[in-house]
Design a protein around this ligand. Sequence first.
Ligand code: PEP
Ligand code: MG
Length: 574
Amino acid sequence: MKSFQGITASSGIAIGPAFHFHRGDLYFERHTVTDPAAEWTRLKVALATARQQLTAVAARAKAESGKEEADIFEAHILMLEDPDLLETMQQAIKGQSLNAEAALQDATENYAQLLETLDDEYFGARAADVRDVATRVLRILLGVAESPTAGLLIPSIILARDLTPSDTVLLDKSLVLGFCTVEGGATSHTAILSRSLGLPAVVGTAPEVLEIPPGATLALDGGAGTLTLEPGEALIAAYRRRQTASATLLTQARKDAYAPASTRDGHRVEVVANIGNVAGVAAALEAGAEGVGLLRTEFLYLEQTHLPDEEEQYQAYRAIVEAFGSQPVILRTLDIGGDKGLPYLDLPHEMNPFLGFRAIRLCLARPEIFKPQLRAALRASVGGNLKIMFPMVATVAEVRAARTILEECRAELLAEGQPVAEEIEIGIMVEIPATAVLAERFATEVDFFSIGTNDLTQYTLAADRTNALVAALGSAFQPAVLHLVRNVITAAHAEGKWVGLCGELAGDPLAIPILLGLGLDEFSMNPPAIPLAKQIIRALTLEETQKLARAALALDDAEAVQELVKRRAPAVNL
Ligand code: PEP
Ligand code: MG
């Protein structure tokens, strides 16, 4: 028995075999070769292998999903046979003695970019296909397995150096018992995803976990942040008892999950869900969500190999809005960048992606991406209670620019005879200190704020949310973050606007009393956290939480704040 200590990312216990997730690095050196003829043969063999693979995939797709799916792979086969592409690659290898990987990448990338310059949705999708085929051939050349999850056949605990959101969407969740990664912090998107799936997760463990033999029995304790190798019968029995006890606690909380959340002295707040796709709706409704406080639309983009078009987005948004009837659904516009890369968007490499070209910055610069999303959202607003929210806003000018584009989209749709709801609340996420500090200016520009403490914390403390080494520093309980939260709530309320919070802090039992005391109106969290959050709110009075919040603001560090809540609001240990 050997234990590894990491950071708590999502509580709960999992016991099962180890499965290693290797992304399969497609890195190669560009170089010249001494035998170009042999290199050309190497590439031709790789192309033939890719052809064989694609023929098998097309046949399977035809049997399982029909002709349309199969046609995509037939088109991929045709690309492998394109005489111009073959000629260009042969010329690079035989004429310039370039290695096969570089010749392949140059030729296919040029071709993909050429297709993109045609500025047409159809050709844009073809460019993604060309890159997809090129990746397949590159994998063959480099001897990297086709899918990092190919061997995942039984429910397992996933071990990885790190997991990006686009990796995680590849995993068949019914075969995942829990996650354990070497990198990452408590608010990295992998941690958030595990929480939303209700799966235990530990991040920031020692790199030795990557040497654990595949299939070895593991016990993962998300709440304690530990992973135990070959735990032994006594520990497994103790874990099983805890699993039963927490299931009982949750069953109790679930009984009242559909009732509203009001404090003992009658102060009502809204408890809503963070979801990433249509599949999240059922979990949110079942948990007692009173709406959606954060629809992370980028997950719709991450689940695809091409940019979803307006119609695809409309269908998804419509389904979600309809499912919630008159309850609010806050659609956050595309928040790509940071730790959420979009493999097919081909964005420039950045030294500091969290401080770079992401979210609203990217959308304002790329209206061809932004406008289809806004049009889809506006169309989905009819008959429901849709609100639109812009992420990563840093300046008032950005809000105005985004609103102008939104109004353009509305005018276009109306001119086309497409209905749009008359009243749509527009809000922003407050996740950059600049915006929190000047909240009073923003309050006159929008209908609501939603505080994103995951990013607000990393920018306030200058502590990367995905870096395990600074995870303790990057705690949203830091008084500096709480002061910014108070500032935002005070500024909004002075203008008669409401404030939500959709960072991970909103669903943290220890944070709920403080946020209530600071005057937060809406708590948005991963669905599994909702029943307990409502139960905690019902056990408190507004007055006691106001006193607690005042005391918390006067403290020096995050640990002291957490200790204070444990002492003063024992109800949170329900
Ligand atoms: C946040 O930053 O708090 C937030 C909710 O957005 P995301 O976690 O998707 O960056
Ligand atoms: Mg954020």
